[in-house]
Design a protein around this ligand. Sequence first.
Ligand SMILES: Nc1ncnc2c1ncn2[C@@H]1O[C@H](COP(=O)(O)OP(=O)(O)OP(=O)(O)O)[C@@H](O)[C@H]1O
Ligand SMILES: [Mg+2]
Length: 352
Amino acid sequence: MASVTFDHVVKRYTADVTVVKDFNVDIKDKEFMVLVGPSGCGKSTALRMLAGLESITEGQIRIGRDIAMVFQSYALYPHMSVYDNMAFPLQMQHMKKDDMDRRVKNASKILGLDPFLKRKPRALSGGQRQRVALGRAIVRNPKVFLLDEPLSNLDAKLRGQTRIELQKLHRELETTFIYVTHDQVEAMTMGDRIAIMNAGILQQVGTPGDVYDRPANLFVAGFIGTPTMNFVPVTTSDSTATASGFTAKLPKSVPAGKGTLGFRPEALTDKPSADGSTLQMKVDVVERLGSDQYLYGQVGGGSSASTPARSTSSTRRANRRSSDRDPWKRFGHVRTSMQRASRRSGGLSAQR
Ligand SMILES: Nc1ncnc2c1ncn2[C@@H]1O[C@H](COP(=O)(O)OP(=O)(O)OP(=O)(O)O)[C@@H](O)[C@H]1O
Ligand SMILES: [Mg+2]
């Protein structure tokens, strides 16, 4: 078993600097868990405590042995060949030459490094070096891989490719991966589950579908998803939310009052809505991305509370033409993906 448990883990550097606060997560054997959150929220610290590189102030981390960590800066030995770089951790263990050779060749094959085994790191591209760093972890045959932003040195295209390679690797090796990133797209595309952190506090743990469809709080709702969720300050009564130029039918009745309504851009269409939901938006900018088109604009009749809103896809072409003539666009049918977003902006409700 190579499960990993963070049990009420706290990391405090000084009395008033707490960078990880009451952190609780269970990572299952063979799971691909992504730890995601904005810069400085404590992701690397959590991973470094797990790797034993940082002391734990309070709580416990339970883990089997055999872990291998791949750092963001992959620090290959410049004077050693690719082969020797990968063999190095095994030499340190005084492994027999035959066994070592088998492991290095196996890792090299998985990672497509066979043509480069004799080269020095400086004669490799960034992506190839990254793979050597991964290889150095793979040869150790660990039960748990810890990866701290391993793709951040790669350009966008290579990042996309390596993302797919890592998922394949996870499937082939059948081991637990714990992967740290600040990039929610990486988290959504790779994780079996995602743990979202903010300011040292765990916000939510769930599958990509869970956190997208049922975000635990405003932070998660705004952090996950591109383009981001729209937020409109609304007044609710019964099962209707209203704001200037905005009416949305809610899926269920909520207490009367003020709140924040969140809806995903793709929840908007330009079809007339049967339930009377409608949104009037002054389109400021149209971003054309080829397959999609994003509309940015103001909701709520000009001077009053205006909220940036985005609309995607389904409104595309029809919109483009009509919005050229008339900047005020009516959208019907606002599918609300949250009944009513929690108003606690920090969102402290950690979930296990
Ligand atoms: N030795 C230290 N003393 C005090 N604070 C520290 C120390 N090391 C790190 N920190 C603080 O701990 C917080 C968490 O750092 P950490 O490296 O875990 O962030 P991160 O989530 O990995 O961010 P990034 O995405 O930028 O890598 C940061 O605010 C950082 O300034
Ligand atoms: Mg970090």
